[in-house]
Design a protein around this ligand. Structure first.
Ligand code: FMN
Length: 361
């Protein structure tokens, strides 16, 4: 198959007009320093990948309490906005389109990282496992159970971050509702034990996600707003093991999002062509980007097939986009790929970040 495949054709996702249907998946790389300000390295890295139809940035914190890793960028302070402006300008200069993944880590953090003396979540239940702290690793702590007033503040934090992203010149925002972070913690019955209006039933567990996306859409326009979800990912203790409950929860979410007219919904699931994801797709009334998750590295053949067989409007590609700055060109013309070096994913510095060779450099 060649450039004739649909995945290499342009799309219209709300106000976004990706030049092809290859999306650079959100990829945390931990290279923004202690103050979370994107510098020269990030500018170069994202600009190198501008031939992807749409770049979704790494998960970026809206407020310090939503920070999960040291070295993760933020979008709260003026310096962070200025740093992102340089990234957006460079991507646009290279003809690309870029949206910011806004990520509140919720209980996947540590007081030494948030700096607020606590972590937060829907309920006072710790996630399993450990997290990196400045001097080693620590068990993930029991989070503070957010009050209803604090939930409102968290929603407002997402909206403020979205405004900052647009002020910085990015083309839109992807709300991170996946992979066991704050929004996903509300969706999962294992991490959300509330019995108020934010928990207890599928519809109530979906409420926080709907409120965040609605607030972001009101702040920057629904046609520049998307969300990432990962039903049944069963990661970081945000377990979703009851198929009926999963379907009810994500259909409630889709029903809440559909009237907004979002730019896109980005879905991580091992079987995007299966009934669950296609039912969500049918209900959500927005273009759908899919990604098959961490188990197997996304291949050219799989990506082409998912769009060609109309299981999605676009495909998000993670590790292959890390290792190949010119992935869109390589896949369009069937060229080989660089080997992926996972040891440098979170290592800091240029190695394994901006030094992967392009075919024509
Ligand atoms: C190094 C690394 C960092 C990641 N960071 C994020 C992130 O910040 N936000 C997110 O939603 N997913 C994140 N993911 C998941 C990817 O977006 C993607 O779903 C995953 O890599 C599977 O796709 P692939 O097989 O094409 O690599 C990350 C994955 C990797 C390998």
């Amino acid at each position: 198959m060649s450039t004739a495949s649909k995945i290499f054709t342009p799309a219209v996702f709300g106000a976004l007009e990706p030049r092809n249907r290859l999306v650079m998946a959100p990829l945390t790389r931990i290279r923004a320093g202690a103050d979370g300000v994107p510098g020269d390295l990030l500018v170069e890295y994202y600009a190198q990948r501008a031939s992807m139809g749409l770049i979704v940035t790494e998960g970026t914190w809206p407020v310090a309490e939503g920070r999960t890793w040291i070295g993760q960028p933020g979008i709260e302070t003026p310096a962070q906005v200025e740093g992102w402006r340089r990234v957006a300008d460079a991507v646009h200069g290279a003809g690309g389109t870029i949206v910011m993944q806004v990520m509140h880590g919720g209980r996947i953090s540590h007081p030494e990282i948030t700096g607020t003396g606590r972590t937060v979540g829907p309920s006072a239940v710790a996630a399993p496992g450990e997290i990196r702290v400045p001097d080693g690793k620590a068990a993930l702590p029991v989070p503070h159970e957010l009050t209803v007033a604090e939930i409102g503040q968290a929603v407002a934090g997402f909206a403020a971050a979205a405004r900052n992203a647009i002020e910085a010149g990015l083309d839109g925002v992807e709300v991170h509702g996946a992979n066991g972070y704050l929004i996903h913690e509300f969706l999962s019955p294992a991490s959300n034990l509330r019995d108020d209006e934010y928990g207890g039933t599928p519809a109530k567990r979906a409420r926080f996600a709907i409120e965040v996306v609605t607030a972001v859409a009101a702040a920057i326009g629904a046609d520049r707003t998307g969300i990432r979800i990962s039903p049944e990912h069963n990661i970081q203790g945000a377990l979703e093991t009851d198929a009926d409950d999963v379907l009810a929860t994500y259909l409630a979410l889709a029903d809440g999002l559909a009237p907004l007219g979002l730019a896109f919904v980005d879905v991580l699931h091992a079987d995007p062509a299966g009934a669950l994801i296609q039912k969500i797709r049918g209900a959500v009334a927005a273009p759908v980007i899919v990604n098959t998750g961490f188990g197997v590295v996304t291949t050219r053949e799989e990506a082409i097939r998912l769009v060609e067989e109309d299981h999605a409007e676009a495909v998000a590609v993670g590790r292959a986009a890390i290792a190949n700055p010119d992935l869109a060109e390589r896949w369009a013309h069937g060229h080989g790929e660089n080997d992926i070096d996972s040891s440098t994913f979170y290592a800091g510095g240029a190695r394994g970040y901006t030094d992967y060779p392009a075919l024509r450099s």
